[in-house]
Structure formats: C-alpha cells, structure tokens
Design a protein around this ligand. Structure first.
Ligand SMILES: Nc1nc2c(ncn2[C@@H]2O[C@H](COP(=O)(O)OP(=O)(O)OP(=O)(O)O)[C@@H](O)[C@H]2O)c(=O)[nH]1
Ligand SMILES: [Mg+2]
Ligand SMILES: [Zn+2]
Length: 311
C-alpha cells in the first residue's frame, strides 16, 4: 500500500486533440461515469482500468457516449487483498478515510477500526473515526475502545436524528477540500445513510439497507463505490461495506509503524516486532493490552499471508 507514483494505464499515449479530462465518479461494469465541469458522461473502458477517483482522459465516441483513452498516475491508492490474495484497488486519489462505526448494531469491532487506521496511514491518507447511530447509545466498552484510539480524530453523529451532522458537514468541507474522502466500514453502520443525510437534495444516493438484511448475512446494500460532490465544498465516496479487511501491499514489519498506541514504544532491538515474550520488548508495559492484542492479531495474519506467498 503506497501513495502515488503508480501508473495503472499501459503507458501514456500521445494526447489526442479532442481529449477531455475528467474524474471517475462510478464504475458500472465495463463503463465508467466520468465527471467534468460540463456534467457527467458514461464512457466505455476500452481496455483501460479505472477506479473511482481516477483522473482520466476521454474522447467523444459516436452513439456510445464517450471512450476512455487514458488514466493519469494515481497520487494515492486505497488497496486491499481479496480472499485469494490479489491486490484490489478500491479508490484512487483520496485524501483520507472516514471510518464509520456503530456503537451497538452492527456490533462494534475495534479490530476492523485498527485495520482501517493502519491502511490509511500506510497509504499516506488521513483518517478519522465517525461514530454513527448515536441515538442507540454508546456502551461503556465501546467508549473505552474509542478512548484507546483517541490519537485519531473522532466525531459522533446520528444520521437518523441529525445530531452532529452540522459539525460533520463543516469538517468534511475542510478535510476534503483538496481530495475526496471515502466513507468505509462494516456493512450496516450507515455510510449511505450519512451520505443521504449530508445531501438531502439528491435523489440518486443509492439504497439504504433494511435493518434486518444486514450484518451476519453477508449482504451489502451498497454494491459499488460512488463519488459525490458536497455543496459546501469537497467530495466524499460511498463504498460497499465489508466483513474483513486485509490491507494490500503492507508487510507485517510495517504494521507497528502505523498502529495506534505505539508512538512511544522503543524496544531493545530496533526491529522488534513486539511479539509475546520477545527479548527486550517494552510494548507490554507501554501499550494498552487491547491495542497490543489487536496489533498482534493483525501482524500474525500478515505473517501467515507472507508465508503462503513465499515460493
Ligand atoms: N438508529 C439508527 N439507525 C441508522 C442510523 N443510520 C443508519 N441507520 C440504519 O442502519 C441501516 C443500514 O444503513 P445503510 O446506510 O444502508 O448502511 P451502510 O453502511 O451503507 O451499509 P452497506 O451499504 O451494506 O455497507 C439502515 O436500516 C438505516 O436506516 C442512525 O443514525 N441511527
Ligand atoms: Mg451503503
Ligand atoms: Zn517490542
């Protein structure tokens, strides 16, 4: 997982005279929706690979809308590893991640939060936590988990009652003034509900899940990412919920650099991985047990993936 410098298209061709520049706001199978100052246009991919947030060049194509002819190098890439080990780019050119959580339903998962924090930081993205569904109350153990991660900026809102939304709106306009921020998180936490609440005048936000059809069933209401411009400036990306999340291209040794709670840890050996019982390791003294356990789980999982990939 790295920011910048990647070139997804197969080499840059000479610029055509009639080329126009735009930004991908949605992928629809073999087509993409491209936005430019004149509006939105559906373009054929024609061999190029693009994701939401990509800066692209396209030309008019008679009868079919447009044709994509190039994808610009990405400044950042949000990536994850899928179930069979392939790296998937989820979105390009983001400025940050808004990790959306719910305190009660679906059940709060601190481990997933940590994965997103590490993923964002390792990709050169900012990260904030938004606790939605405040109307359901915040149990003590969730308060504790949030306090342990207070080095990450946190906002509390309710898409249902509107509580905190004005603060979120203002914060988003500022955060995403240079680059879009993506709403990520477990299915059912209310990502699409938040987009709908932030953009009440739009009628194309996409479906909001019925309460019963969510967590546990593996069903995700939102099936593809979509970029929305905010009226007060900035832009956000709604994304499909996920159950597990393995960051792409992050090595096990890098996890400690980005994990919350490890800022002051200096062990006897500089390459200490903070595993249980490691000689001269001070992590047990300095890192709260919950964070250390979560760290070790993520670290060990990446080690296992690395061992599987070794020839
Ligand atoms: N009580 C309460 N329910 C909410 C709130 N926000 C959303 N919900 C409900 O939570 C359920 C899931 O909302 P969605 O917006 O579809 O969740 P999502 O995160 O977009 O889910 P995926 O698209 O599957 O990833 C819906 O039934 C919403 O009505 C809230 O602030 N309070
Ligand atoms: Mg959704
Ligand atoms: Zn250590």
């Amino acid at each position: 997982m790295r920011g910048g410098g990647k070139r997804p298209s197969r080499g840059r061709r000479a610029r055509q005279a009639d080329e126009r520049a735009g930004e991908v706001v949605e992928i629809r199978g073999r087509r993409v929706v491209v936005r430019d100052p004149e509006g939105e246009r559906v373009c054929f991919l024609s061999g190029e690979r693009a994701v939401v947030g990509d800066r692209v060049r396209w030309v008019e194509a008679r009868g079919t809308g447009g044709k994509l002819v190039g994808v610009e190098p990405r400044r950042t890439a949000l990536e994850r590893v899928d179930a069979i080990g392939r790296v998937q780019v989820l979105a390009a050119n983001l400025g940050g991640l808004i990790v959306v959580t719910a305190p009660v339903s679906p059940p709060f998962r601190a481990g997933l939060l940590d994965r997103y924090i590490v993923t964002a930081r390792s990709a050169g993205l900012d990260v904030v936590i938004v606790v939605n569904k405040l109307d359901e109350g915040v149990p003590a153990e969730v308060e504790e988990a949030l306090a342990l991660r207070d080095e990450v900026e946190q906002l509390r809102v309710s898409a249902a009652t509107g509580e905190g939304l004005q603060d979120l709106r203002h914060a988003l306009a500022e955060w995403s003034s240079d680059a879009p921020w993506a709403l990520v998180g477990h299915s059912g936490v209310g990502k699409t509900s938040l987009v709908a609440a932030l953009l009440p005048e739009r009628d194309d936000i996409g479906e909001i899940g019925a309460l019963s059809s969510h967590w546990g069933t593996g069903q995700h209401t939102t099936t593809r990412s979509r970029l929305f411009e905010l009226p007060g400036g900035g832009a956000i990306v709604d994304s499909p919920g996920i159950r597990t999340f393995a960051p792409g291209r992050l090595s096990s040794i890098e996890v400690r650099r980005f994990f919350p709670g490890f800022g002051t840890v200096r062990c006897k050996y500089r390459d200490c991985r903070h595993r249980e019982g490691e000689e001269g390791c001070v992590a047990d003294e300095l890192v709260p047990a919950q964070l250390l356990t979560s760290y070790r789980r993520m670290h060990d999982e990446l080690v296992a993936i690395e061992e599987r990939q070794r020839p």
